[in-house]
Design a protein around this ligand. Structure first.
Ligand code: FES
Length: 107
């Protein structure tokens, strides 16, 4: 099962392990990671599950899908090249050790 490290805006981190195929957002919410609001429940329609994938792993995580790409224009914190909606990022064994940064604001 892949493990993901969430780096929080206050400088602390949370390590979460979830089954492959789980959405990164679901892994965060199920484990009480603060800062992942996920108002729409994973439908790529709220942009409150925004994360920045660590630059070194951005390629492994892949690019946003088309709907996600549009929603990323509505994030509360600035959009960056490594921005993803965590509800659209499926965990896999290949992403074991993934590091994501939770932005300052989601709403
Ligand atoms: S949970 Fe709403 S866009 Fe991801």
């Amino acid at each position: 099962m892949p493990t993901v490290i969430f780096q929080l805006p206050d400088g602390t981190e949370r390590k979460v392990t979830a089954a492959s195929g789980t959405a990164l957002m679901q892994a965060a919410v199920s484990n009480g990671v603060p800062g992942i609001v996920a108002e729409c429940g994973g439908n790529a329609s709220c942009a409150t599950c925004h994360v920045y994938v660590d630059a070194a792993q951005s390629e492994s995580a892949g690019p946003p899908n088309d709907v996600e790409d549009e929603m990323l224009d509505f994030t509360a914190s600035e959009r960056r090249p490594t921005s993803r909606l965590s509800c659209q990022l499926q965990l896999s064994d290949a992403l074991d050790g993934l590091v994501v940064h939770v932005p300052e604001e989601q709403v």
